[in-house]
Design a protein around this ligand. Sequence first.
Ligand code: ARG
Ligand code: ASP
Length: 725
Amino acid sequence: MKTTPYYKRIAFALLLMLSMMQLQAKEGMWLPNMLEQLVFSDMQQMGLRLTADDIYSINHSSLKDAIVLFGGGCTGELVSAQGLMLTNHHCGYSAIQSHSTLDADYLSKGFWAANQGEELPNAGLTATFVIRIEDVSKEVLMGITANMSEAQRSKIVATNCEAIEKKTIEGTHYKAKIKPFYSGNEYYMIVTEVFTDIRLVGAPPSNIGKFGGDTDNWMWPRHTGDFSVFRIYAGKDNEPAPYSKDNQPYVPKKSLSISLKGVKKNDFTFVYGFPGTTQENLCSQAINLTSNITNPVSIELRRKRLDIIDSYMKTSEFIRIQYSAKYASISNYWKKMIGENNGLKRLDAINKKKETEATFNKWLNSNPDYSAQYKDVLPFFENIYKKYAPLAGAYSYFTEGGLGVESCKFAYTYTNIITLSKQKESSNSDIIKAAEKLTAAVGGYFKNYNLNIDKEICLALMQDYYEKGNPAFQPAIFVNIREKYKGDVKKYIEDVYANTLFTDTLKLNKLLKNYKRSDYKKIEKDPLYQLSQSIYNNYYNNIMQPKQQCENQLDSLYRIYVRGLRQMQQDKKWWPDANLTLRVAYGKVDDFFPRDGVRYNYFTTLQGILEKEDPAIYDYVVEKKLKDLQKNKDFGRYGDADGSMHVAFIASNQTTGGNSGSPVMNAKGELIGINFDRNWEGTMSDLMYDPDQCRNISLDIRYCLFVIDKFAGAGHLIKEMNIVE
Ligand code: ARG
Ligand code: ASP
């Protein structure tokens, strides 16, 4: 037998370590204030040419000052000294829709303000900057002892947090929020500044901004020009102020430079934004619950709704517009859950988690001190998930089945006026106010409502709920279906819809207009209202409390489990699960192999848009102007050195919902893309990340500028930006 020389073995071991580091390097969403301590040298090794201070500093301006939480669940970035901001089209969607009318249909046609005076205000929209992030674990855990009950612990934590937050913002216009990290083992305070005068500056037409629609959603190769442009306005002092026409464009502490150089395979990239939720340290029972119970129930119920809505949208342009936003939002997570389940299966995630648990067991048994702290964790998981699983399943039927019926949710909003009407203490004016509020909601609700769709969905979902839902957690009214209707759900639904007020604007308005106290009886007697009551009451009376109890127990178990895992693997760099706080993810531009024999290139081009074009399908219409630009290769300064117009690219930065709109930056911290999605094969990354299969999808910033400049002719916006050629 030949033995390998010593030096070769060392070299091999070093290589192996290096390649493992590279693999590890791609996973993670790091707190920007902890980069230096955890991964900064790794980022530099991969190519980063900035200092940690350039990315996050509390002493001078840094990249963090150019990044905002856009609304409640997206990210945006500042690209000019006059508060100009980029995010995704799908993040600005409802703002764009709210300004759209049949005459000025900005969703379909696009919108470009010719000057600042034409920029459109959006009530309720916010942009939140992070001022600083502080480790306050010690202060938050002050007074906590080891043998305290969970309830006592939570109470002290809550009281401490409140006091610290209050003290922090005293005398400032900032906000402060303390959140748990590492499953509640550490606490960080995020101090923020919230701007509320955010105006729409521009949006491409949907056939660019939403090109490929729900068919291409969560997919690579992708050709969606998913961006929109906003501007932050501030008071005269450059501080947040409510909307006023006298407000001025906000002058940010930092705005991003934009690189026109494009990306190549293996280029270092990082994404800086607000990822919403990940759960990387779930136990095997939890993965089992998601992949075998809650996801399948939700997927099935959503598919039923989508099929019905789709069949109607195909028949009428009017219905298509009415239901487009609803369809997109149901479809988005429907498809995500399918991808997630496929990914979990392919990774054999349940068994992988079981392996981790076996290692954990072995580790804790090796030392009496560990054993004393951790030996109960895994058996307790098993016990609690046994109780929790049926409740989580029932909850899925409640939200995806019961609340999947539009009119059920709508009818339930009448509960308050019934309560008021019955209470002797409530005055007539209270009741009139309640009736007025309901009246105001009628128009908006029916604007995007179709009776046939609603009724068909109600039948399909109730049929499923009735036949497949766990009888221990079904709405009480199902007894009625069983006994009075002999299980004929269809007959029952027919009767409900034949006798309800809640599908008819005129009848409802009439009731509300002359509403008298005693009219509550009419609502109470309404069969759709009764169905809706029964669905909600089943949740409030049978599911909510035991479910919450299990979740509280699980929270404290995960706190202990994650503490143990970190103790077991002290050399591993641990990142805290995403929780809608500012994070940095880093990786590199990279292709991938979705299945045997197939390789997906790392970028797409405008030529691909023409290949996908289909004038007969709404989502694949391509405007002549865009086609001409491609035919004439008229890309201005935005084309790639290879002669084509690049549209999107993929990289191995770990991202999740909330990262939409996040800036994707190169080694020098210049903007090269706008993050907007992930590949379908990688959507299990919220539960288990796979460096081979998980890619984030970004719009190439050059395509964004090309559309603004060459397609829309809004070159005045480009002039505001700092562009590096
Ligand atoms: N999948 C992306 C994300 O989760 C984009 C969704 C919006 N687009 C759509 N076609 N529904 O938000
Ligand atoms: N599309 C998602 C978002 O809106 C991003 C993702 O889930 O990858 O945040």
